[in-house]
Ligand binder design. Structure first.
Ligand SMILES: NC(=O)c1ccc[n+]([C@@H]2O[C@H](COP(=O)([O-])OP(=O)(O)OC[C@H]3O[C@@H](n4cnc5c(N)ncnc54)[C@H](O)[C@@H]3O)[C@@H](O)[C@H]2O)c1
Length: 719
């Protein structure tokens, strides 16, 4: 076997098609090797098969190097260590055996770091995730840069799998069971400071000192004639890992995994078992069990669904990279209510100089306080430095007057849902000198963007940017293309959404766009079921068991019956055959039992127990004059979810979105359709389109015409 000569660089040979996706190795005159995980210009390093082969070859070369004193493993350049396994490879695994073999292969390569006789130090800057983190865990010491891009962790459960390259075993032994479970079961990523605090890294240094610090660690160990520093678990970490008290940590984690949405995800449960095995079994058996578990998980529909969703989020992010997309710097948000305040706070947080205007002072003061609350939360969690929080607050100015618009490049309105008011404000913005290049955006949830832009001199720059409530939390943004909206305006809106950390989906300008249109029959049907005699608790439990984050009755309380009544009237006008609003909406709105905002609706003020609106439900039930008929679980799914599927396909066929993938992403991010299904079309195909069609036909024949399936569903079911 050839050895690397001091001062020379060696790149392992690779198949021509893999380009330079290999590791680079350099050995200096002091016998310290630097192993870089990629080529200098590689922006994102993933663990492809070629890179693993190359890493193995390099480590084999080093094992045969007589002058070797230590090894530094680092990224290709500043801001990147290794983002983990190539997710395309995860997607392609077809059998458990293949998955297990891939895990064993990765771990065996990484374990060569431990087999080297000399100290191996990981020098980390930038993402060090998944397989990248597992490689670092096989190193003897981990040094990280305090650069903002540094992020370390094992997010595998988010793809429905577990860390399979030794991660569960090595992290549990390094940090002890409680900390390892917290990180692995939740897929948490840590910034440099937090990683140091948790013990995941040994030393945190400024970026420019990273490689020097790594070499110092090697020299220190060489002087002490050690390969690795001594490590022992202490205190609670010891007692809760290495003694029978471990049962306490296991019970607490197991309890959390049995509740809520966690029930639907098998990966954290298997990861828990593997982490425990790190303390109850030999290294070899622990590693073997981990590989076996990875093999089982990687072929589950849950993992395939989550991986599918991952690619959809990447596709959505690419919308922001369109050649016509511009970066925006200065925003004016008009309307400082529920939505405007949240949006303005988000804009300021992501670096836009933002002015929030309202006719009233009170909402403006509230908006500043709301932003401060958000910032305080992040300060408490250590996710933000105080001076950064101050800078964000300083970027958000509030006023009752718009001031000068000459350098504004985003004008966005979030005032009352009234076409006349919105049209007038847009015209005013232009009259007051908004530059020709600025985007005019509306956050409307039901009005026509085309109509809003109609009378303006340049309607091409008017676009809908529909945030969901609350904008701080909701990940979806519908970017609405009006009849005259330009590609550049759409692309710029998408870029803004991505900058805010959201996922844009582009929709056509039609009632309800995508999300509210699909949500409408779902919420309507829940209200009908309620009036027919199914309890709100039973309806919500059925949908929680389906995997929704919240039942539809609770959701109605959150949305507010006034909003539900208003939106459903718009939807009825557009789709009179199938979207006639349930009487409950108007009745609740009339009696001001609006939901959370008025001290309760179907549920009480805090979202639990019966609320004041139950009396309205009871009265409407009696007026119906038919005996109460509680629906079965199966009927609930058929009447709530099947029409949602049909409406989604109708949106595709009507050109509201262009691709099934938009339906999958839009409804997961917009209404919380269970992510583990991979999205609504994936779920529908697994459920069987002909099953759905047949059930809807039967419901329609029983007299409820609203269920009549679309021709599109019929066509799809027949192929
Ligand atoms: N609330 C939601 O869940 C939600 C979700 C998505 C979109 N939207 C849309 O966002 C928009 C705002 O909704 P909201 O819930 O924030 O309403 P809101 O009633 O909470 O806030 C509207 C604000 O606009 C202000 N305002 C009214 N006329 C104004 C004017 N001429 N100039 C400046 N300010 C003016 C009001 O004082 C009020 O503070 C609507 O178009 C709505 O359809 C709402």
């Amino acid at each position: 076997m050839s050895t690397v000569q001091p001062g020379r660089t060696a790149a392992s040979s690779q198949p021509a098609t893999q380009g330079d996706k290999v590791v680079r190795l350099e050995l200096d005159a002091q016998g310290i090797a630097t192993l870089r995980l990629g080529a200098a210009d590689e922006a994102v390093v993933t663990l492809t098969k070629a890179r693993l082969d190359s890493l193995e070859q390099a480590l084999q070369q080093l094992a045969a190097e007589p002058k070797l004193r230590g090894v530094v493993i680092t990224g290709p350049g500043p801001g990147m260590f290794c983002a983990g396994a190539d997710i395309g490879l995860i997607q392609d695994v077809a059998t458990s055996a293949e998955g297990r073999a891939a895990a064993e292969r990765g771990r065996t390569v990484f374990a060569r770091c431990r087999q080297l006789k000399v100290p191996v130090v990981a020098a980390i800057e930038g993402p060090c995730l998944g397989g990248g983190c597992e490689l670092a865990l096989f190193c003897d010491v981990r040094v990280a840069s305090d650069h903002g891009s540094t992020q370390i962790g094992l997010p595998e459960v988010k793809l429905g799998i577990l860390p399979g390259f030794g991660g569960t075993q090595n992290l549990a032994r390094l940090l002890g069971l409680p900390k390892a479970l917290d990180l692995i079961l939740n897929g948490k990523l840590l910034r440099g400071k937090a990683a140091r605090k948790q013990g995941l890294i040994d030393r945190l240094v400024p970026s420019e000192k990273l490689l020097r610090a790594a070499r110092e660690e090697i020299e220190r160990l060489v002087t002490a004639r050690r390969k690795a520093p001594p490590r022992r678990l202490r205190g609670a970490a010891f007692w809760l890992s290495r003694t029978p008290l471990r049962a306490l940590a296991v019970r607490a984690a197991g309890k959390a995994l049995a509740q809520g949405q966690a029930r639907f995800y098998p990966a954290p449960r298997l990861a828990l078992q593997c982490c425990v095995q790190a303390f109850t079994d030999s290294h070899d058996r622990g590693f073997a069990a981990e590989a076996q578990a990875l093999g089982e998980l990687i072929v589950t529909p849950v993992s395939k669904g989550l991986v599918h969703l991952f690619f959809l989020t990447e596709r959505s992010k690419r919308l922001g990279k369109h050649e016509h997309a511009r970066d925006l710097q200065r925003a004016l948000v008009v309307g400082g209510g529920v939505m405007g305040a949240g949006i303005a706070g988000q804009l300021a947080e992501k670096g836009l100089r933002t002015r929030l205007c309202d006719v009233d002072l009170a909402p403006l003061q509230k908006a500043k306080a709301r932003l401060q609350q958000e910032l305080d939360k992040r300060l408490r969690r250590g996710h933000l430095e105080r001076h950064d929080a101050q800078a964000i607050q300083d970027r958000l100015a509030v006023a009752t007057d718009w001031g000068s618009l000459h350098d504004t490049d985003l004008w966005l309105e979030a005032v009352v849902e009234d076409l006349g008011v919105k049209q007038k404000l847009m015209a005013q913005a232009i009259a007051r000198g908004l530059p020709d290049t600025a985007i005019l955006a509306t956050n409307t949830s039901s009005l026509s963007v085309t109509a809003m832009a109609q009378a303006l001199p340049n309607p091409a720059r008017v676009v809908g940017i529909h945030f969901f409530n609350p904008p701080e939390k909701m990940p979806l943004v519908e970017v609405i293309r009006g009849r005259d909206t330009s590609d550049a305006a759409v692309a710029t809106a998408c870029r803004l959404a991505v900058r805010l950390g959201k996922f844009p989906v582009v929709t056509a300008d039609a009632p309800g766009f995508l999300v509210n249109r699909c949500l409408s029959p779902y919420l309507n049907e829940a209200a009908r079921l309620l009036l027919e005699g199914t309890s709100a608790e039973a309806i919500d439990a059925a949908m929680l068991d389906f995997g929704m984050p919240m039942g539809p009755c609770r959701l109605l309380d959150e949305v507010g019956f006034d909003v539900a009544a208003k939106v459903s009237a718009v939807m009825q006008a557009a789709f009179p055959q199938r979207m006639v609003p349930c009487d409950l909406f108007a009745a609740m709105a009339k009696e001001r039992h609006l939901g959370q905002k008025t001290g309760g609706g179907i549920y009480g003020k805090d979202g639990t127990g019966p609320g004041p609106g139950r009396a309205v439900v009871e009265r409407l039930r009696q007026q119906r004059g038919t005996p109460a008929r509680p629906a079965s679980r199966a009927e609930l799914v058929q009447r709530l979810v099947y029409p949602l599927v049909d409406e989604a396909y109708r949106c595709l066929d009507d050109g509201i979105v262009q691709d099934e993938r938009d339906l999958d992403l839009g409804l997961v991010m917009g209404i919380g359709f269970p992510p583990f299904t991979g999205g609504i079309t994936r779920w529908a195909q697994r459920e069987g389109l002909s099953t759905i069609l047949m059930a809807l036909d039967t419901l329609a024949r029983s007299g409820a015409e609203r269920f009549s399936p679309s021709d599109g569903l019929r066509r799809r079911a027949s192929t």
